[in-house]
Ligand binder design. Structure first.
Ligand code: ATP
Length: 235
């Protein structure tokens, strides 16, 4: 479904991602783990088209998207929820959601159906449809940006640190929702610092350290064979 081959990302002289390769099969939930600065967000931004790769290739369903713009990437079927969790604060929840459907703006019936699906998936957002997005709680804003990404009807969803800064009860809800999305057949790449919860929902995981992948395998293999704390904490 998604294949990343020998991907490198640099910021001037800083080599943030150093020739990493990984793949996601259709319907798989794969987690990308690693300490702060390991290169996870740079990888996500590069796949999303927000950063240029300095080397390597990214293909989505066999199609080369390495040099695609963010909009072209969304049109190709890949949506991203960045860790910045940006909503348009003065627009309502409903308006924020419809912006996510921008590429399907001529398909109003399809968007209405998809909006109903989002309301079923996120009842909290449905209750707050006419509320300004900036007045939502942190957890509700996280749900809104996920729902907004889903309005583009992606086949692959990239989630960058969806649990960051949220209370434990809300984090549990976000992970339950991620499991629901996986069951619906969506292919998901989940970047997380919350290793235990990420491994609990992931089929497979890759561990990054200093721009390279240092371990990979099923969630059980990662838990049992790799010295996770050394890789994860970078110690
Ligand atoms: P975090 O969990 O803290 O977001 P990460 O694994 O996502 O960490 P990245 O944000 O990809 O890591 O950062 C990888 C490396 O690239 C770090 O050394 C970081 O300082 C550097 N870096 C990231 N963004 C920039 C930038 N805009 N300019 C220069 N260096 C950057």
């Amino acid at each position: 479904m998604l294949e990343v081959r020998d991907l490198s990302v640099s910021y001037g002289a800083i080599r943030a991602v150093r020739g990493i390769s990984f793949s996601l099969g259709r319907g798989e939930l794969v987690s990308l783990l690693g300490a702060n600065g390991a290169g996870k967000s740079s990888t996500i931004k590069c796949i999303a088209g927000a950063l240029r790769a300095s080397g390597g290739a990214i293909t989505l369903e066999g199609r080369d998207i390495t040099a695609a713009s963010p909009e072209q990437v969304v049109r190709a079927g890949l949506a991203t929820v960045p860790e910045t969790r940006d909503v348009f604060p003065d627009l309502t929840v409903a308006e924020n959601l419809m912006l996510g459907a921008y590429i399907h703006r001529r398909d109003q019936a399809g968007n209405r159906d998809n909006l109903e699906r989002m309301h079923a998936l996120f009842p909290r957002l449905s209750e707050r449809s006419n509320q300004a997005a900036g007045t939502l709680s942190g957890g509700e804003q996280q749900m809104l940006v996920i729902a907004r990404a889903l309005m583009s009807r992606p086949s692959v969803l990239l989630l960058d640190e969806p649990s960051l800064g949220l209370a434990p009860a809300i984090v549990d809800r976000i992970f339950e929702m991620i499991e629901t999305l996986k069951k619906s057949g969506l292919t998901i790449l989940l970047v997380e610092q919350n290793v235990n919860q990420a491994l609990a929902v992931a089929d497979r995981a890759y561990v990054m350290r200093l721009g390279s992948i240092v371990a990979s395998g099923t969630a059980d293999e990662i838990r049992s064979t790799s010295d996770l704390s050394a890789h994860y904490l970078g110690s």
